[in-house]
Ligand binder design. Structure first.
Ligand SMILES: [Zn+2]
Length: 278
């Protein structure tokens, strides 16, 4: 696993000069650079990125944050499960754009956006048009559901025992003839996220739920208890405490991953899949 960071600061001339020795080219004033978290980063961090501390200079604009991770093919191969990051390109919005949340879910927190469960079908504007070879899509604002071309669902996914939910065409209220929502069951166990790199958020002041970091910051931590599944959705929600975004992560088994790759639904890479630590 390689971890990447972004360093932002209001740089002075001497710092620009200092960093250029490390082949980091930035400009004076506000600027940033990305760096792999390796020996060079550790050394630079020790040197405080060339920033000379002074009692008379209390302003510090330095901002050092993880921007993401990349996994090797070996790490992908070794994992038994994956978080599925590719739920299809977004196609339109859930309907009605104002009010879909309360119609679709039970127990939505007005502050942080976590929901307890889906109680009604998603509604979409029109019968979707699928591109050539396209079999799934997502909806804008909805980061934990995937909508599947009906033929593909029946031919490939239903035989695995997977279930679907109707999707309604908003104007008519009738089920779509071409697309269904994949019914993704909730995981039977919590993930061991506490004290992991994903544990960056404080509980919501209204509902008390703690969300976890939605970025890919590490391997996905293991489930507390083992259980059998093809695909499931985490019990935990991900997103920033102060925003309304709260989505579960979708976890798939290695076998299901292979099926999706073989059917060219997803690519076998670190953008589509985040491995568990093996
Ligand atoms: Zn809340």
């Amino acid at each position: 696993m390689k971890r990447y960071r972004r360093i932002h600061n209001k740089w002075k001339k001497r710092e620009v000069k200092f960093l250029s020795k490390y082949e980091i080219n930035i400009e004076e004033g506000y600027d940033s650079f990305d760096i792999e978290e390796d020996e060079k980063y550790v050394e630079l961090k020790k040197e405080n990125f060339g920033i000379q501390k002074s009692l008379f200079n209390k302003k510090n604009y330095l901002y050092d944050s993880i921007i993401g991770v990349k996994f090797s093919k070996e790490e992908l191969d070794a994992s038994e499960y994956y978080a599925l990051n590719n739920l299809g390109s977004p196609k339109g919005y859930p309907q009605p754009k104002v009010g879909y949340e309360k119609n679709t879910y039970r127990g939505v927190c007005d502050k942080c956006g976590v929901y307890k469960e889906q109680i009604s079908p998603f509604r979409i504007k029109n019968e979707p048009k699928f591109g050539k070879n396209q079999v799934h899509f997502s909806l804008n604002w909805i980061f934990d559901e995937t909508f599947i071309k009906k033929d593909f669902f029946q031919e490939v996914l239903a035989p695995l025992g997977l279930k679907s939910k109707d999707v309604l065409i908003h104007k008519t209220g009738k089920p779509s003839e071409t697309v269904v929502q994949l019914d993704i069951p909730t995981a039977k166990s919590r993930l061991l996220l506490d004290e992991s790199p994903y544990d960056t958020q404080k509980p919501c002041t209204v509902c008390g739920t703690k969300k976890y970091d939605q970025r890919n910051l590490d391997f996905i931590p293991p489930f507390a208890n083992d259980f059998d599944f093809i695909i499931c959705k985490t019990q935990e929600s991900f997103g920033e405490t102060e925003t309304h975004q709260a989505n579960r992560r979708v976890i798939i088994s290695k076998e299901f991953c292979e099926l999706l790759v073989n059917h060219k639904v997803i690519k076998y890479n670190t953008y589509n899949l985040t491995p568990f630590k093996s």
